[in-house]
Design a protein around this ligand. Structure first.
Ligand SMILES: *Cc1c(COP(=O)(O)O)cnc(C)c1O
Length: 372
């Protein structure tokens, strides 16, 4: 079945007891044990599993073409589960251009835990190859990346990782399974901050890992989910599943609108660069055209005059909200270097835009007046 149909039906059933077409929210922390001591109905204690989380995980695995998924209380908790599934002394390869929270997490917390990390330009599979060590266990991919919208050839990098006996993980938060299917391209795990497009309304935090196969690292991630306890609430799972019903249509609109805004900005005198893989001049255009169906709703733009000029544009928008994050129905604009803090590689004149579901002409008019 097509992804629109699966987005509506996966993880759902009519409640046999009441006939309700929408599933109930199960806040129960504990579940009744059978007289023989077993748990034939599948749930024991809500940190281990609960019906709403099961339904969401089933749906995410279905959409990404995986065998199983594990949902977490935030995207970062999902990231942490992946790295904690490795052992001290293991080596990780990650991209320079990476969600800053993931980079910080690797450099600060996981370094203290004895995990070695090398940051490379994963757009160049030869750099990944050159960074391999006998202890390399994992290659992290984020494509398109944050905030430069760099594009990694998932099939090539996953093949390099596999040949070295390492697992490849693709952060698919910007693309979503509607635009890109990393498991089909050879990645072993998919990471999501469901906080973004999957929840889609800037009102739920969540994360997930989807696995191509069960066992191996996913088995450890699954155990860490239950024993580490960074789980999403039943209500949050229910909300994300509700939002996924409309995911294909939302993501296509975000993507179409972002392309229109990118085309407008690329022509503007005060703009020195537009980073959006849907524009033909973008270095990742060909790879994106091959591995994606649309380039998503996030883009970044460099304003002539650096930090002050960029800040002024952000101060003058009316429809865009000055806020971090992306994936909501409303549009955001953000001076990225200042949120990333000291040591950032992000250019000072860069603004990251999250294009919402407003009419793109209204967004373009707002940017035109802010740039005037
Ligand atoms: C937001 C984000 C994360 C972290 O997710 P949280 O839910 O904020 O913890 C990880 N990766 C990417 C690409 C993100 O955009």
């Amino acid at each position: 079945m097509r992804i629109e149909t699966r987005a509506v039906h996966a993880g759902r059933s009519v409640d046999p007891a009441t006939g309700a077409v929408v599933s109930a929210i199960h806040p129960s922390t504990t579940f009744e044990r059978d007289v023989d001591g077993g748990y034939a109905r599948g749930h024991l204690y809500a940190r281990n599993s609960n019906p709403n989380r099961d339904a969401l995980e089933h749906c995410l695995a279905d959409l990404e073409g995986g065998l199983a998924a594990a949902a977490f209380g935030s995207g970062t908790a999902a990231t942490m589960a992946v790295f904690q599934a490795l052992a001290p002394g293991d080596h990780v390869i990650a991209p320079h251009d990476l969600y800053s929270g993931t980079a910080r997490f690797l450099a600060d917390h996981m370094a203290r835990w004895g995990l070695d990390a090398t940051f490379v330009d994963v757009m160049r599979p030869d750099e990944v190859q050159a960074a391999l060590r006998p202890t390399t266990r994992l290659v992290w991919i984020e494509t398109p990346s944050n905030p430069m919208l760099r594009v990694t050839d998932i099939a090539r990098v996953a093949a390099v990782a596999r040949a070295a006996g390492a697992v490849s993980v693709c952060d698919n938060t910007i693309a979503t399974p509607i635009l890109q299917l990393p498991l089909a391209l050879g990645a072993d795990l998919v990471h999501h901050a469901t906080t973004k497009y999957l929840s889609g309304h800037s009102d739920v935090m969540g994360g997930a890992i989807v696995a191509r196969s069960v066992g191996g690292i996913f088995e450890r991630i699954r155990k860490f989910q239950a024993s580490g306890g960074a789980i999403p609430s039943p209500f949050d799972c229910w909300l994300v599943l509700r939002s996924i019903r409309s995911l294909p249509y939302r993501v296509r609109a975000h993507s179409d609108h972002a392309l229109r805004v990118a085309q407008f900005l690329a022509e503007h005198d005060r703009v020195t660069a537009v980073h959006y893989p849907g524009l033909p001049h973008h270095p990742g255009y060909d790879v994106a055209a091959r591995q994606m169906r649309g380039c998503g709703g996030v883009l970044s733009v460099e304003i002539e005059g650096g930090r002050d000029a960029a800040m002024k544009v952000a101060a003058r928008v009316r429809l865009f909200t000055r806020a971090t994050s992306y994936g909501g129905a409303d549009s955001y604009i953000e001076h990225r270097a200042s949120i990333e803090g000291a040591g950032t590689r992000t250019p000072e004149g860069l603004l990251r835009l999250s294009i919402g579901l407003e009419h793109p002409d209204d967004l373009i008019e707002d940017l035109a007046q802010a740039l005037a």
